[in-house]
Design a protein around this ligand. Structure first.
Ligand code: FES
Length: 683
């Protein structure tokens, strides 16, 4: 068989084929469909095509590789090695040619579609396939005898060298074109954006010669309270910097409906809110680019996920229709726009924006992003995914069907509308335990690993002090009060006489539980008041009722697992969430946290253009359930007001904890009697 062409085996793909002696490895890779990167098209200048040839015996592949299986190190590689340095054992795939049987390893950094593993627990790899990529081209020089425009010759070069068709460029690009071509001696790099819906490619930017400073994108989770952005390298998928700012629209209203009201009551109010958020986005883009040390003009793509009201206000659409039934969106489809249309002036002027589709008038692109990231439609078991925020986005589904709704939980879970509430910041109580015997609390604050009853706690927290309770802290506090018998199922806090602790102090006609009192030193007095309990009850009832509504629609009484998503969801203790009755009863080990799933979904759509098609398909198939007009929602809401629940059994919770059977509903008198009376009636 000596007359056969040499065999080339690629790892890790295992793809193999025979090629004539002298075939460049890059050419062999392309013919076999092996994922080997190249920006310069084999000209030996981009170094993206690096490979590692093996030598010796490869029994697995049935190949023996000779030391001279590839052509000798050539002048191009020599020059590249001297200028930049090639790692030992590496060759340039476009320069090394096949001489005899060979095994070639393609290292991860040379793969176009490299996988980037997410950090979240349910680590799902993102396959890199961004919409915008770099292409190096050599363009013919102009010729007086066959006159053509520079753009037309660039178009031809891209078609011939990279098989790019349907090329477009806007006027601002044309104004740069001629200088770039001449400065680069007719060799240029272009950043091309492929539209995943139409077969067109748009030139986003052009640079003389080989552009080596990379391309970047922003994945933005535009929330009602905060705006979070991840600056991502579009070649490697690496997050270069993450940053967040407060949504300046807060000054027009804390929650979504108050912003819709602001637009209704104030002519031009929506324009003001649009302007505010766009300004904030420009500030955020500038800051994040600065933090990462990159030129903001290299940000060529931005992906947005947001709830419907934020979606409309970002786009400059009046959100008033979203404030009233039938909650019609201007469009629920995904949007591909130019950054200029959104006045995003801090990034590349020709940058492209992709906004994920909305699911319904109350269920936005943020929920779509959670669906993209958590993939309930691929789940074998029935998963309930809850993205906890000012509005809770809820998804319920498995392989057969996915349903979605949103529920107005309000800002209580974020520490707002809570008497001692505050945002998650150093000094905020984030975890708390109450001794069921002594009723004494111990707690942990953000910024210190120790519990308050451990040595060194007070020294370590002296700088920040104990300033308040954040969202996860208030959930734990209320649940612990219920476990310790300080709070009855209806949500009433007992008096000192009823509970046997002086920490239950009178507060008007009700009671409050005192966690920490620094008032003697001029510090805060941190309590959980009856009003706080009510605010948490309203929020958790809305969340649970939304989940129940989806379960009704699906015809089930229980779910197999619960995923808590959202930055806040990551910090909620599953046990306490269940004691509170925020989530349906499941075994505790079936409650997991997905971190900022909406932000991850945005990053997936930024890094992989195919994911955009995927989520557009998935969203079309999701069953939308509208909570606001569903009479059953009210019934579920009322029943969910009790802690954990008035009617639904919580058998899994019962296996791990027994909640005291107390009642503090005294009808105004002292209460201890009332508690006993109540218990007798129930028995
Ligand atoms: Fe660019 Fe080989 S393909 S250096």
């Amino acid at each position: 068989m000596t007359d056969q062409n040499p065999l080339v085996v690629f790892t890790p793909s295992g793809k193999r084929g025979r090629f004539p002696v002298g075939t460049p490895i890059l050419t062999a890779a392309r013919q076999l469909g092996v994922d080997l990167d190249s920006v310069c098209g084999g000209r030996g200048i981009c170094s993206k095509c690096q490979i590692t040839p093996g030598v010796g015996e490869f029994p697995k592949h049935g190949v023996t590789v000779a030391a001279d299986a590839l052509s000798e190190w050539n002048a191009v590689e020599e020059r590249y090695d001297q200028k930049r340095g090639l790692k030992p054992g590496r060759r340039l795939g476009c320069q090394a040619t096949v001489q005899s049987d060979v095994v070639i390893d393609v290292p991860p950094e040379s793969q176009v579609h490299k996988q980037v593993v997410r950090k979240a627990a349910s680590a799902r790899a993102i396959v890199m396939d961004p919409a915008t990529r770099l292409f190096f081209v050599e363009v013919d020089e102009p010729d007086m005898h066959t006159p053509t425009g520079d753009f037309e010759r660039l178009e031809r070069a891209l078609r011939e060298q990279w098989e790019v068709d349907g090329l477009r460029a806007d006027l601002t690009l044309l104004t740069k074109l001629q200088k770039a071509l001449r400065k680069g001696d007719w060799k240029v790099t272009v950043a091309l954006h492929r539209d995943h819906q139409a077969s067109k490619s748009t030139i986003i930017d052009i640079w003389p010669g080989l552009h080596e400073a990379g391309l970047y994108g922003l994945a933005i989770d535009l929330g009602s309270t905060t705006v979070a952005a991840h600056l991502t390298d579009l070649e490697t998928g690496e997050v270069k910097a993450s940053s967040g700012i407060m949504n300046p629209q807060i000054r027009f209203g804390e929650d979504l409906m108050s912003r819709v009201s602001y637009a209704m009551m104030n002519p031009g109010g929506e324009v003001e809110m649009t302007r505010a958020v766009r300004e904030a986005l420009n500030t955020l883009a500038e800051e994040i680019a600065k933090e990462a040390g990159i030129d903001a003009a290299l940000i060529v793509e931005t992906v947005f996920v947001c709830n419907p009201v934020m979606h409309h206000l970002l786009l400059g659409i009046d959100p008033v229709e979203l404030g009233q039934a039938p909650f019609a969106l201007a469009t629920s489809e995904s949007l591909s726009l130019g950054a200029r249309e959104l006045e995003l002036t801090a990034i590349n002027p020709r940058a492209q924006v992709y906004v994920l589709p909305c699911i319904a008038g109350h269920v936005g692109a943020d929920a779509a992003a959670v669906a993209l990231s958590e993939e309930p439609g691929k789940s074998e078991d029935l998963a309930l995914i809850v993205d906890v925020g000012t509005n809770a986005e809820i998804l319920l589904g498995d392989k057969t069907r996915v349903l979605a709704c949103s529920s107005p939980t309000g800002p209580a879970f974020e520490g707002a509308q809570i008497s001692s509430g505050q945002r998650a910041a150093p000094g905020a109580i984030e975890a708390i335990r109450i001794d069921p015997e002594t009723k004494e609390p111990r707690f942990r604050v953000i910024g210190c690993e120790k519990w308050s009853d451990e040595d060194g706690f007070w020294d370590e927290t002296a700088a920040t002090g104990i300033t308040g309770i954040c969202g996860s802290g208030i959930i734990e506090a209320v649940a612990e009060m219920r476990i310790a018998g300080l709070l009855d199922p209806k949500g009433l806090i007992g008096s000192a006489a009823q509970t046997g602790t002086d920490r239950c102090v009178p507060e008007g006609r009700t009671h409050a539980y005192l966690i920490h009192d620094a008032s003697a030193e001029g510090g805060p007095r941190i309590t959980v008041t009856q009003g706080d309990i009510r605010a948490i009850q309203l929020a958790k009832s809305a969340l649970y009722a939304g989940a129940r509504l989806l379960m009704d629609e699906r015809g089930v009484e229980k779910v197999d697992r619960v995923v808590l998503a959202g930055a806040f969801g990551a910090h909620i203790s599953p046990l306490h969430a269940m004691v509170l009755g925020m989530i349906p009863d499941v075994p505790l080990d079936k409650v997991t946290s997905a971190g900022n799933a909406a932000g991850t979904g945005a990053r997936i759509a930024l890094c992989n253009v195919g994911a955009r098609k995927e989520i557009e398909r998935v969203v079309r198939e999701i069953t939308k359930v509208e909570t606001a007009i569903e009479p059953k929602f009210q019934e579920h809401f009322v029943n969910a007001n009790a802690i954990p629940h008035a009617t639904d059994p919580f058998p899994e919770l019962g296996k791990i904890t027994t909640l005291p059977d107390v009642s503090f509903n005294t009808g105004g008198d002292d209460g201890a009697e009332g508690g006993r009376r109540r218990r007798r009636r129930r028995a």
